[in-house]
Design a protein around this ligand. Sequence first.
Ligand code: CTP
Length: 428
Amino acid sequence: MRVVLGVGGGIAAYKAALLLRLFTEAGHSVTAVPTEAALSFVGKATWEALSGKPVRTDVFEAVETVNHVRLGHEADLVVVAPATADLLARAAGGHADDLLTNTLLMAHCPVLLAPAMHTEMWRHPATQANVALLRERGVHVLDPAVGRLTGADSGPGRLPEPEEIFSAALALVGGPSADDAGHLPGGPGTGRPSDSLAGRRVVVSAGGTREPLDPVRFLGNRSSGKQGAALARAALAAGADVTLVAAHMDVPPPEGARVVSVGSALELREAMLAEAPGADVLVMAAAVADFRPSEQQASKIKKRDDAADPIITLVRNPDVLVELVQRRNAAQPGQLIVGFAAETGDDASSAFDYGMAKLARKGCELLVLNEVGADAAGSERVFGQDSNAVLILARDGGEPEHAAGSKDEVAAAVVRRITRELAARATQ
Ligand code: CTP
């Protein structure tokens, strides 16, 4: 396929050279289009030698080839790494002041932007608004990785590793399913983020289980189901066939999802075990009660003056996530399983370390970690609220990824990560 690799003017430009190699070694034809500023970091000679093609930054070079129109028009995929704050602003604003921005305006193929910048720049409302606008228009913008930045500081802003960008790019164009000639299923709109889970079956559990005490009473929890509903919505938007196993939810399920309603943890277990076979992805976003009353009374428990107040004895519920992992391992090794966890740090360990330990214990591939209790209102921030902040932890040791914003934005980040994991498996 024909790839345009745009390179912005940031220190991470050196990683784009490795990305270029990944594309050429996989047999793709790459045209590097650095910005003028990018050449201050990595010179023209490197891009020309690695791509085997002349490199231009300006629309007034090689005018006879009408480069500013042709490159974007002919590309099967445009990847920009690193996308600096300035480049994101110019792309969002529709500028056409150099060859790369002209190419972005002309492209009707999938476009992937991999931002890298200082944490403050990434978090600045101007950058966030530009990213939101670009995503709204169907441009795929990766979240930057969290980690060491150029200086001694660290935080979100690192360019994701070249392999990760490469997998995300292939996922956008339908993975390795290009035809024998290397051409991709084409046409405007194909392979965009909205298609990245096309043909995949995703099962999401959501909401809070209710453990019955008698016909009118239950033990419940405060999960609203908003994050689970957002995940189902994001998976639908990515083209997946979605089943929502819904325990008690305060919000309606998204249109387009097949809904299996459940009450208790045992019912949720039964539904998940029934839905799991054949699913490509299982997401356990439900707040499953760890305990249930040991007995469920057939008739309403009465208060009586002539008898002692009842004592409720609890028994452990099965861990549905662990059971899904165990069954998957035997029956369907390719299935991707995602768990959720809410953790607080204490004197012994950080929430991150507890999250990593839980990830290992549960055996799933990804764990979406909510760090609750970071302040006095921490847990209030998660349950029932419209926004969320999470770390996506990966069992294979990939970089933890920070995602924050509305529950829809967090869900979109989780679905993007799922898409990348599936793509990486497809190329292994
Ligand atoms: N989960 C599950 N079955 C249960 C309890 C939890 O499948 N009986 C799933 C949740 O849906 C979530 C993950 O396990 O994806 C994390 O749940 P959590 O309650 O935080 O973990 P526990 O194993 O209960 O650990 P602890 O309460 O000790 O922190």
